[in-house]
Design a protein around this ligand. Structure first.
Ligand code: DOR
Length: 435
């Protein structure tokens, strides 16, 4: 099967070029000016930009166990519409993904249901080092150093030392210090309004845990990725760390601040919490200056009924995979960053950090996971149009400029102009750890 994408502006690793892209059997075969070849399908993409598909390295898709919020089919459809062609999913499902058997069961579920490519982290517990050592079909290990949704928590120093010392897969962590969170919560009697969430999960909780995890990683010479960095203190600290350490920002920490609780209440209740406008600015500067390398969503759907409970019963998390690329393209539209930076943060950096084979760039020989975007298309985010099963977005009512219009997974169009090809299936992501 040959597909030819003609006339788009292609975002290549080092340049943007008006050229054609020929896909053969799911792989990018030729990139060049006016490729003359017979193709089974010709896509005229004049006026559009061709980007590598987004790789979202931090999502919670709830299957197995919590499928009233989301499942692999609803989530992967939302991905396809959002231009996300590969996802790496977190282990806090029910049961949690803390053994190789649970990991392989999830991979089998995804093979059956997912419209885009998939990978799953294995979760650390205080006593599953043997499983962490045996796991192969995974990007790496996730540690909750600080509890969040679900019951995965590794807080004792001895257990953390073992994980960093005795495993070799890359590690990422949710960094919020449990003792600080508990003390803050006790001081506020558990908290009574949504804004208390940011007082309980405060800057101190984030920086203490991030420092602690980075110290472990550097001492044990372990590759380590700090998920969802939210504070100015962490940015300053991460400027000083070694090449073993990478960091990530989420759209909600770039686009919402504590000022938004009044308007959005629990819809912006997340872990780590939303922080002050000064922290938002610091996270932006961290990204723009290369202190943080990745933008990923932490997509964490909960139903509106669950979210509408009073604090602190309201769960933490918000959905984002179907809007994340548009949210960042909208920032390009406003001149906050460039298209090349968005591609680095959302495509090439996650592929590099997690050693994804053949992904993250438009390059001959790479997988044809691609997204065509219209940088001038203006569309409003509407709750009733969301594909995530939870059916809402904290960006409801916002008009964004720059949207995906067609998504290809291994050369097959999975979504275009509002239509899905429900036959398309993503593939298990492979990891190239030879280096
Ligand atoms: O707010 C959050 N929700 N943060 C997390 O780390 C987990 C997530 C969830 O799974 O609901």
């Amino acid at each position: 099967m040959k597909t030819l994408i003609k006339n788009s502006t292609v975002v290549l690793p080092d340049a943007e070029e008006r050229c054609d892209v020929l896909i053969e059997n799911g792989v990018i075969a030729v990139i060049g000016a006016a490729v003359h070849t017979q193709a089974d399908e010709v896509i005229d993409a004049a006026g559009l930009h061709l980007l590598p598909g987004v790789i979202d390295d931090q999502v919670h898709f709830r299957e197995p166990g919590l499928t009233h919020k989301e499942d692999l089919r609803t989530a992967s459809r939302a991905c396809a519409r959002g231009g996300v062609t590969s996802f790496l999913e977190m282990p806090n499902t029910r049961p949690a993904t803390i053994s190789c058997d649970a990991l392989h069961e999830k991979l089998a579920l995804a093979a059956d249901r997912s419209l885009v490519n998939y990978g799953f982290y294995i979760g650390a517990t205080p006593d599953n080092v043997v499983e962490l050592q045996r796991a192969r079909r995974t990007p790496g290990i996730k540690i909750f150093i600080g509890s969040s949704t679900g019951n995965l928590l590794v807080d004792e120093q001895e257990a953390l030392e073992r994980i960093f010392a005795e495993t070799s897969l890359p590690i990422c962590a949710h960094c919020e210090d449990e003792a600080t969170v508990r003390a803050n919560s006790a001081a506020l009697n558990g908290g009574s309004d949504y804004a208390d969430h940011s007082r309980i999960r405060d800057n101190k909780a984030a920086i203490i845990a991030t420092r602690r995890a980075v110290e472990l990683a550097e001492r044990h010479r372990h590759q380590f990725h700090v998920l969802h960095v939210s504070t100015a203190e962490e940015i300053e600290f991460l400027r000083t760390t070694s090449e073993l350490i990478s960091g990530e920002a989420c759209p909600h920490h770039l686009l919402f601040s504590t000022d938004d609780y009044q308007r959005l209440g629990s819809l912006v209740q997340m872990n780590p919490s939303i922080k002050s406008p000064a922290d938002v600015e610091a996270v932006w500067q961290g990204l723009l200056q290369g202190v943080l390398e990745v933008v990923a969503t932490d997509h964490a759907p909960h139903t509106l009924a669950e979210k509408q409970q009073p604090y602190p019963q309201s769960p933490s998390g918000l959905p984002a995979v179907e809007n994340s690329l548009a949210l960042m393209l909208n920032q390009v539209h406003y001149g906050r960053c460039t298209l090349a930076q968005v591609v680095q943060w959302m495509c090439s950096a996650p592929a590099r950090i997690w050693s994804l084979k053949g992904k993250g760039a438009i390059r001959e020989g790479f997988d044809a996971d691609l997204v065509l975007v219209d940088l001038s298309l203006k569309q409003e985010v509407r709750n009733e149009q969301q594909l995530t099963r939870c059916g809402w977005s904290p960006w409801h009512g916002e008009t964004l400029t720059g949207w995906p219009v067609r998504t290809l997974v291994h050369g097959q169009t999975v979504w275009c102009a509002g239509q899905f090809d429900e036959q398309v299936r993503g593939r298990e992501i492979e990891f190239d750890r030879s280096a």
